[in-house]
Design a protein around this ligand. Structure first.
Ligand SMILES: NC(=O)c1ccc[n+]([C@@H]2O[C@H](COP(=O)([O-])OP(=O)(O)OC[C@H]3O[C@@H](n4cnc5c(N)ncnc54)[C@H](OP(=O)(O)O)[C@@H]3O)[C@@H](O)[C@H]2O)c1
Length: 317
């Protein structure tokens, strides 16, 4: 089968199309003939950073490094202990995160517990998009912040991969949603369902929002997390998916009874089923910014590297 192998740490030119054997599956795994994958900022991080590669992808000594975690495709074989899926099923999910997902390949050995059935109304491209980014939004809002009807939710980078799913998921739970982006993406943020938009270039979000029940922060700018803390009401939730809290921020949050969490997304098939249900009902929609051919994966990486993507970048296999 064809796979994209990372020859060495560094630029996107190190992603090399190679012929390698189809992976063997274990008892609790299914073999997926992959139709589409999506690219995340973490793919670029592990491609370029040795610490990230070893802590997040964790390759075994000597094995080919195959990046990626987000897949959508068709089951071609199932392990002896798999009951939920059969050959022919269309499935999608975030496979083995953290760990060696090996998604940039024609066939992927995926734990059945990381997958859900792909809704019939959703293309493989749209399904592949709604995996790591959608799960992150789900886990931030539902698992960690316990979102409920009527909450005021501030979502940063609301036009990006995680953000555009977070806006839609928060609306599904009946929240009042405020999304930040540049002015150029205001229309998109409102189209995703936000009730209010803040242009981070011309407006100061913590002056406009001081009583959020939940803030989702994904921005790696000095001082940004402090500003998000100021936007949360006492007793609220501040979830960071990018920057870690320092001791002063932890103290400030404790003084105001604010629940803070620097979270990592984790593979979860049950939550993928919740995402599948929202895709099926039309409440969740993937904004696919670009679809690249498998051999053009370097271009997909370059686009995600800009940090300016509206929605998701997808690669067709
Ligand atoms: N901890 C975890 O488990 C986890 C999981 C997923 C992602 N992440 C991290 O979360 C971050 C976001 O991921 P993603 O996939 O959503 O990235 P992405 O799709 O590349 O985000 C792009 C978006 O960020 C927006 N943006 C850039 N600077 C901004 C600012 N100062 N304020 C508001 N919006 C801004 C851009 O909007 P404009 O063009 O309008 O600026 C663009 O739409 C990344 O750092 C990623 O590594 C962490």
């Amino acid at each position: 089968m064809k796979a994209i192998v990372l020859k060495q740490l560094g630029g996107a030119e190190n992603l090399e199309l190679k012929d390698i054997p189809v992976p063997a599956i274990k008892d609790k795994e299914v073999l997926v003939r992959n139709h589409a994958i999506s690219i995340n900022p973490v793919d670029i991080f592990v491609r370029t950073n040795e610490g990230a590669l070893n802590n997040i992808l964790k390759p075994a000594a000597g094995e080919d490094i195959i990046l990626g975690w987000d897949i959508s495709g068709e089951v071609t074989a199932v392990g002896a202990q798999v009951t939920g899926f059969k050959p022919g099923d269309a499935v999608f999910g975030m496979v083995n995160f953290t760990g060696h997902g090996k998604a940039y390949a024609e066939y992927v050995a995926a734990p059945a517990s990381h997958l859900a059935l792909k809704p019939a109304n959703t293309s493989h491209e749209a399904a592949a998009a709604a995996t790591l980014a959608a799960l992150t939004a789900w886990q931030a809002l539902v698992t960690h912040a316990h979102i409920k009807k009527g909450d005021k939710v501030l979502i940063h980078a609301a036009a990006g991969g995680v953000g555009h799913y977070a806006v839609q998921i928060a609306k599904h739970f009946g929240a009042y949603v405020i999304g930040t982006s540049s002015a150029a993406k205001k229309e998109a943020v409102l189209r995703f369902g936000a009730d209010q938009h803040i242009d981070y270039n011309s407006q100061t979000f913590e002056e406009l929002v001081t009583d959020a029940d939940i803030v989702l922060d994904s921005i790696d700018i000095p001082g940004h997390l402090d500003r998000s803390l100021a936007a949360v009401k006492d007793g609220g939730h501040l979830i960071s998916i990018r920057v870690f809290f320092d001791d002063a921020q932890k103290q400030k949050a404790a003084d105001r009874n604010i629940h803070i969490e620097r979270m990592y997304v984790t593979s979860n098939g049950e939550q993928m089923q919740s995402i599948a249900a929202l895709l099926a009902s039309g409440e969740l929609h993937s904004e696919v910014a670009s679809v690249y051919a498998f051999e053009d994966i370097a271009k997909a990486h370059e686009q995600v590297s800009t940090g300016k993507t509206q929605g998701k970048v997808v690669v067709k296999i």
